[in-house]
Design a protein. Structure first.
Lengths: 98, 397, 182
């Protein structure tokens, strides 16, 4: 049998690097809407970061920024923000078509 | 044909299976959801809640309990139904073996999905293969209409006094479980009539509160041997019974599937391909295309897998010049796919011809039309004396 | 035989759209086989659904590699490199987008239908479930189905207020889709 498949696993048994694709899913690509922060309204309370289920808020020292590689667009940050500083915007608005 | 024309509607394989089970009037249902079977469990709960099915639903915490409940209820004389897949089937393994050994006529739908070993949520027949030796009758179907019809036929088979064996009815996850097709759902009165002959048969033994009987004990020395022997003989009897029930179903409902195997354009075929499940449907398209090119190929669709339809296969394949077997699973420890290994066991009766093994369709990677076309071409070349590979893992190439 | 491939995400109704399409075609006397492929069953995960339509029974049960029509429920999927793979010449493309198509996305396309199904769904249904709107757009752009067939099969899947809202969404998809012929 001529095997044309390029092996994915480097080991005999199926071990994967947790920093690579097999175990680290780019769940950000599943998103249908994303949180957009109005920095003027943010008071750096950190509640969005606390509530974020995948814990993907980056501390930017005066506000928090969502890590779009993992943000699934659940909207919990927008709901919990006491200053209503987040707006959930459809991903369609950020897609560059053509 | 005696049956009324049933209602035609578009339904997915899972919903169709639940409806077919409902029409057979199970009395106890214990079903734990698992992808790609979940809608079966959900639909059955819905039917009971809506009053469409008068059954006791036992909510269980896992598949092992689901089969224990079904087995016990069946041994108490109830008609039961359950469904599972993959991890669920494997989780109930010990009680699956007991159900068969105690000869409880449980009817179970197994929605084919790859087994544990490497985590997969995708179609494949490995789960069925991993329970080949459980002592159950195993049947595989090709499309949604066959799901309906075979569930009804499975009750006729399982509960037949001459058989008393549990039946596992397999259909492909995703390709059939979620497939929306137009299906004719038989009329309740007709299903009742088709299953009615069972009531005229002697009653099988059952657990009766207060009565001093037991089952499945005395597995010592000749007690063990005798129980196993009777079970083994019953499986042999099941083969002809499958053909008889299919014929009767055809006469009553106007639809027949060939019984143990379906032979498609095999009469004047020079070569044959062997397949099962939804891939057999795809294979029929390829057979027609290859026939138009002048290649006299036929398809044998394996419906009854356990007991292995030895006699019917010999009849169908004898005299063919080469055979290609497409397996949607792996036989660990053998070079060839599982159905191919088993087919090779009857090679002396078919003739010493090339039997080519193909492993394909694992983990939701399709058995495509070009793949099957390649199988036909290679089997055809082998029949003409050309060198061939005795096993090919199509996705690895 | 016509082959339609639907691309969406879990929660957008892609799977239901494929079934509704099947029901509508069956109502017009065709044979249909329609099924989805997805991995883990959760919201947001990519879903592809395959619908085959023919005048005779359909036996092949495989994914669709050479679609005649693509229906894209989530505009974010336009960046998918394999989206147009295998598209047949003379193919059709139905897209949910708030913007117009600036240029022909693929050389094999002949018909394009763009509609702001998300916008219409939010207005008519109150939620971003654009599937029924896109079915209406599909009927209008391709002409392979009558709008009446789609509307007639919706009661098999929805009822009450939800049914009424989706009927309106489908009708608006039919009327408001911008059809481009290349």
């Amino acid at each position: 049998m001529v095997i044309k498949h390029k092996m994915i696993f480097k080991t005999e048994s199926p071990w994967s690097d947790a920093n690579q694709v097999m175990l680290k899913l780019d769940t950000g690509s599943w998103r249908t809407e994303r949180p957009v922060l109005d920095k003027e309204k943010c008071n750096y309370c950190g509640l969005c970061a606390l509530y974020c289920p995948p814990q993907c808020m980056k501390d930017m020292s005066d506000h928090y920024e969502v890590n779009l590689a993992f943000c699934k667009g659940c909207g919990i940050c927008a709901k919990e923000c006491p200053k209503q500083a987040y707006t959930m915007k459809p991903e369609g608005e950020f897609t560059h078509e053509g | 044909m005696k049956a009324k024309k049933g209602k035609v509607s578009v339904m997915t394989g899972n919903v169709v299976a639940a409806n077919a089970a409902r029409l057979c009037r199970p009395e106890v249902v214990a079903c734990y959801p698992i992808t790609p079977q979940s809608e079966v469990a959900e639909s059955l709960s819905g039917f009971v809640a809506d009053g469409q099915l008068d059954a006791e639903i036992v909510e269980v915490e896992g598949e092992n309990s689901a089969m224990n409940v079904c087995r016990a209820a069946s041994m108490a004389g109830a008609r039961v139904f359950t469904a599972t897949s993959s991890y669920g089937l494997v989780y109930m393994y010990d009680t699956v073996l007991e159900t068969a050994g105690f000869r409880a006529p449980v009817v179970m739908v197994n929605v084919n999905r790859e087994t544990p070993g490497i985590h997969a949520v995708s179609s494949g027949q490995q789960d069925m293969i991993s329970t080949r030796d459980s002592g159950w009758v195993q049947i595989i179907v090709e499309n949604n209409q066959e799901i309906v019809d075979q569930i009804i036929m499975s009750y006729r088979l399982a509960e037949d006094f001459d058989i008393q064996l549990p039946v596992m009815m397999n259909y492909d996850g995703y390709y059939l479980s979620y497939l929306a097709e137009a299906v004719e759902m038989p009329d309740q009165a007709d299903v009742d009539a088709f299953l009615a002959p069972l009531k005229k048969q002697p009653q099988r033994p059952r657990i009766i509160p207060g009565a001093s009987t037991g089952c499945g004990t005395h597995g010592m020395e000749m007690g063990y041997v005798e129980a196993r022997y009777k079970h083994w003989v019953a499986l042999e009897r099941a083969k002809k019974k499958v053909d008889d029930i299919d014929k009767e179903f055809g006469e009553y409902f106007g639809r027949s599937y060939g019984g143990q195997i379906e032979e498609y354009r095999m009469n004047d075929a020079d070569i044959a391909i062997v397949a099962s499940g939804s891939a057999a449907g795809t294979a029929k398209t390829v057979v027609d295309a290859k026939r138009a090119e002048g290649i006299k190929v036929g398809l044998v669709k394996i419906r009854l897998f356990r007991p292995f339809p030895e006699e019917r296969l010999i009849q169908a394949l004898k005299g063919k010049k080469a055979i290609g077997v497409i397996d949607r699973s792996i036989c660990f420890g053998w070079k060839y796919g599982p159905m191919c290994v088993e087919l090779k066991a009857i090679a002396p009766s078919i003739g010493s011809v090339p039997i080519l093994s193909y492993i394909d369709g694992l983990a939701n990677l399709d058995i495509t039309i070009p793949h099957i076309g390649r199988v036909v071409d290679e089997v055809n070349a082998a029949a003409k004396g050309k060198a061939y590979q005795d096993v090919t893992w199509i996705p690895m190439e | 035989m016509k082959e339609i491939r639907i691309h969406g995400r879990g929660g957008q109704g892609a799977v239901l759209a494929a079934r509704m399409l099947a029901s509508a075609f069956v109502a017009e006397g065709k044979y249909v086989a329609s099924f989805p492929m997805y991995g883990f069953e959760r919201r947001g995960a990519p879903v592809v659904a395959f619908t085959r339509v023919d005048d005779k029974p359909i036996r092949e049960k495989t994914q669709i590699y050479n679609p005649d029509c693509l229906i894209v429920i989530d505009p974010g999927l336009l960046t998918l490199p394999t989206l147009f793979t295998g598209l047949q010449p003379g193919g059709a493309f139905i897209l949910n987008s708030p913007r117009k198509l600036p240029k022909k996305p693929n050389e094999n396309l002949k018909i394009g239908g763009v509609v702001n199904a998300t916008g219409i769904a939010v207005q008519e249904i109150g939620r971003d479930i654009p599937n029924t709107c896109l079915l209406g757009a599909f009927a209008a752009a391709t002409g392979w189905l009558k709008l009446e067939s789609i509307l007639a099969c919706l009661p098999d899947y929805l009822s009450g207020d939800m049914l009424q809202r989706n009927l309106k969404s489908a009708e608006r998809g039919y009327r408001e889709v911008e059809v481009v012929k290349w």
